[in-house]
Design a binder for this molecule. Structure first.
Ligand code: SAH
Length: 310
């Protein structure tokens, strides 16, 4: 940047103009290129900004975390404050949306377990259309964009059209709910592995997971999107060798103000969940780590949240 100052000062005598160019550069692909050592590409991007040539659109695939705004990354927050438009899911809370730039256009694309408000193809087409007309589009997703978030598909669709894509990881529901409920997902006494599975994997309408590898001692199983299939899930894990006393926790809206945690066993959880009237989104944590449940991060979050809101 130091080395470019001379010619930029000649091209743009106004200090405000130069500042605008540098700000745009730091938020754009040019800066990423410079960091990656691609100086030619960085220089081209800078030149385009100085000459006022049309801005290249891009898409930022950003993880918003499990719900509480304190769990946003600094990178997510920075991009949220720079986007021209934002496409967000139902998992993204209002308290997070409040932190998106005021004049950014907001497009709700839904996504609840059974009914997708906008089909995936249409979401990809919308991202593409906006990027192609030069917008910096924020694709804000609950949790991490690459964990059961279809971020991979969106990235591929955009790259196929040469749209620059940046991916910012987020705190995935497993980490968020583990911390919020005080359950260490891998406690060395009882879990040497932790697997994330989706309760949406169906073949002919039947939940289709590799049961023998899931019904293992020494392992924690975390199930995303599994509420509708909880009966089959518990029954299959028992049928494949886990005792019906095997511990299990269900976390509703972990880290959010209305978080609710229910603990039980494979044998009794389907009834418990029904009795408590839990609805989506919930995350299930299955394994002996549930016995190590301690203090959740949630009370502290809650105190902070009410102070902030007051
Ligand atoms: N990309 C997201 C997951 C999307 S799939 C992530 O990394 O977390 C949607 C599922 O995530 C929900 O059905 C639920 O199982 C889980 N989930 C997301 N946020 C949650 C939260 N705050 N509390 C409980 N479950 C959550």
């Amino acid at each position: 940047m130091q080395a470019q100052r001379g010619w930029i000062k000649e091209a743009l005598p106004e200090v405000d103009e130069r500042r605008r160019v540098w700000e745009a550069f730091l938020d754009g692909v040019g800066y990423e290129a410079a960091l990656a050592g691609e100086h030619e590409r960085a220089r081209e991007s800078l030149q385009a900004l100085v000459e006022g040539r049309e801005r290249q659109g891009e898409v930022w695939l950003v993880g918003a975390g499990p719900g509480h705004p304190d769990l946003l990354t600094l990178a997510a927050l920075r991009l949220m404050q720079n986007a021209d438009s934002v496409l967000y899911d139902s998992l993204v809370s209002d308290r997070i949306l409040d932190r998106v730039r005021r004049d950014a256009e907001r497009i709700y694309v839904g996504k609840k377990a059974s009914h997708h408000t906008l089909p995936q193809r249409d979401i990809e087409a919308e991202l593409l259309r906006r990027a192609q007309r030069g917008e910096r589009v924020l694709r804000l997703k609950g949790g991490d964009p690459f964990i059961f978030g279809r971020g991979g598909e969106e990235m591929e669709a955009l790259l196929a059209h040469n749209i620059p894509v940046r991916v910012i990881p987020g705190v995935t529901a497993a980490s968020g709910c583990g911390a919020a409920a005080g359950i260490p997902l891998t406690h060395r006494d009882c879990a040497q592995s932790c697997v994330f599975v989706t309760g949406h994997a169906r073949a002919d309408g039947v939940l289709n997971l590799h049961w023998p590898s899931l019904a293992q001692p020494g392992q924690t199983v975390v199930v995303y999107m599994g509420l509708g299939q909880i009966g089959v899930l518990c029954q299959q894990l028992i049928a494949h060798g886990l005792p019906d006393s095997w511990p299990m926790a269900v976390v509703y809206r972990g880290t959010c103000a209305d978080q609710h945690v229910v603990t039980g066993t494979l044998g009794d959880m389907p009834q418990r969940v029904q009795k408590e009237g839990l609805s989506s989104p919930v995350l299930m944590i299955i394994g002996e780590v549930v016995h190590h449940r301690g203090v959740g991060a949630f009370p502290a979050f809650n105190a902070f949240a009410s102070k902030e809101e007051a």
